[in-house]
Design a protein around this ligand. Structure first.
Ligand SMILES: *[C@@H]1O[C@H](CO)[C@@H](O)[C@H](O)[C@H]1NC(C)=O
Length: 321
C-alpha cells in the first residue's frame, strides 16, 4: 500500500511560504545536520551514554559490543496532534550477526538508561521499536528487522517473542540495515489515530507500516531516540528529526497532562511481569534456577514431614489418654 502522509501535501505548500495554519515545524524539537563533531553540546537535546556527534549524524552507538546511547529532547510536547519525521541509518560490519536495534520514544521520563534498546523498561507513553536481531535459535513468525509500536502505562515489561512485541498496536517488517541511504520514518498522530509510514528506498515514496485507531496519548511527554548493541553490534545513526504540530482548524486544544496512555485495540496482548518472569525462569537452565527449584521442593517436603510428625504425635497422645 502506497500512501502519502498528510505532511507531504502540506510541506510543499510550506516550502513555498504558502504557510497554512495546518502545520508548524517545532524548531526546538527538531534536529538537523551538519553537526559539529568537535562540540559535545546540542541545543534543546541531551545526549547520554555512547551518543555523540559525528559530522553527518548523531551516532547513538558505534559498531561495538555492549553500547547504549540516547538523545532526548528537553521540551515537553504540548500539541494534541503531531508528526515526527526521523531519518536514521543502521549499518555495521556484521552480515547476520548484528544488533540490537533502536527505539523512538514519546515518553514521560527522559534520560533513564535501561535494557530496552538503551532505555528504561516499564515506560509510560509510546515506544516504537526496531529490533534488528536475526535470531535463528528462536524462530519468529515475522521477519527482522521488525518495527513494533507499543503504548504502555508504565505497568508492563518489554517482551518480544515469535509473535511480535507484547502490547503492540501495530508493526511491520522494515528493511533498514546497511542501506546506502538513510531510512525515513514518519509517525503521525492525529485525532487519536497513530499511523507510521516508511521510506526505505530513498525515493520519497511512503509505504504505510500500520494504522491504529483509538490510541490515547497525553500531552507534555518527551521525544527521544535510543539504541543499544549487545554481543553483536551496529552503528545506530540519527540523521535528522523534524517535529510538526498538526493544528486542526477549529479544534480546541485539550490539556491531556493527566491522561494515562492507553490503546483500545492491541494486536498482541501484554505480558504481566510475573508471568514473564515465570516463563523466563521455566525456560532457564541455570544452576541457580535449579537450586532454587529443588531447594523449594525440599523445604516443602520437610515442612510437610514436620507437620505430619506433629499431627501424628498429637494423635498418638490422644490415643494413649
Ligand atoms: C495499566 O493498564 C492496566 C491494564 O489496562 C491496568 O490494569 C492498570 O491499572 C494500569 N495502570 C496504571 C498505572 O494506570
Amino acid at each position: 500500500m502506497r500512501t502519502s502522509p498528510k505532511f507531504l501535501t502540506i510541506f510543499s505548500a510550506f516550502l513555498c511560504f504558502l504557510t497554512t495554519e495546518a502545520i508548524l515545524v517545532r524548531q526546538e524539537s527538531s534536529l538537523f545536520g551538519p553537526y559539529d563533531a568537535a562540540n559535545a553540546h546540542l541545543a534543546h537535546w541531551d545526549l547520554s551514554g555512547t551518543a555523540h556527534l559525528a559530522e553527518t549524524a548523531i551516532r547513538l552507538t558505534p559498531d561495538e559490543a555492549s553500547a547504549q546511547g540516547a538523545i532526548w529532547n528537553n521540551y515537553p510536547l504540548m500539541s494534541n496532534d503531531w508528526e515526527f519525521h526521523i531519518q536514521f541509518h543502521i549499518h555495521g560490519k556484521g552480515v547476520h550477526l548484528n544488533g540490537n536495534g533502536m527505539a523512538f520514544w514519546y515518553a514521560k521520563e527522559r534520560l533513564t538508561p535501561g535494557h530496552v534498546f538503551g532505555s528504561k523498561d516499564y515506560f509510560s507513553g509510546l515506544g516504537l521499536f526496531i529490533d534488528t536481531v536475526e535470531n535463528a535459535a528462536a524462530p519468529h513468525n515475522h521477519r527482522h528487522p521488525y518495527l513494533s509500536a507499543v503504548v504502555n502505562n508504565g505497568s508492563f515489561p518489554y517482551h518480544h517473542d515469535e509473535q511480535g512485541t507484547a502490547g503492540q498496536v501495530g508493526g511491520c517488517h522494515l528493511q533498514a540495515r546497511n542501506l546506502e541511504w538513510p531510512t525515513k520514518l514518519a509517525i503521525s498522530y492525529i485525532s487519536d489515530v497513530l499511523t507510521v509510514y516508511l521510506d526505505t528506498q530513498g525515493t520519497e515514496t511512503w509505504t504505510q507500516c500500520f494504522r491504529a485507531v483509538g490510541v490515547h496519548l497525553p500531552t507534555g511527554y518527551f521525544l527521544g531516540v535510543s539504541a543499544s548493541t549487545g554481543e553483536h553490534s551496529d552503528n545506530h545513526d540519527i540523521v535528522s528529526i523534524t517535529t510538526l504540530d498538526n493544528i486542526i482548524p477549529e479544534k480546541v486544544w485539550e490539556d491531556r497532562g493527566l491522561l494515562i496512555p492507553h490503546a483500545e485495540f492491541l494486536e498482541i496482548p501484554f505480558v504481566e511481569a510475573s508471568a514473564k518472569a515465570e516463563a523466563e525462569a521455566a525456560g532457564s537452565d541455570s544452576l541457580f534456577g535449579k537450586i532454587v527449584y529443588f531447594g523449594g521442593i525440599a523445604v516443602v517436603l520437610y515442612l510437610a514431614y514436620v507437620i505430619f510428625k506433629k499431627y501424628k504425635g498429637k494423635k498418638d497422645r490422644k490415643h494413649r489418654s
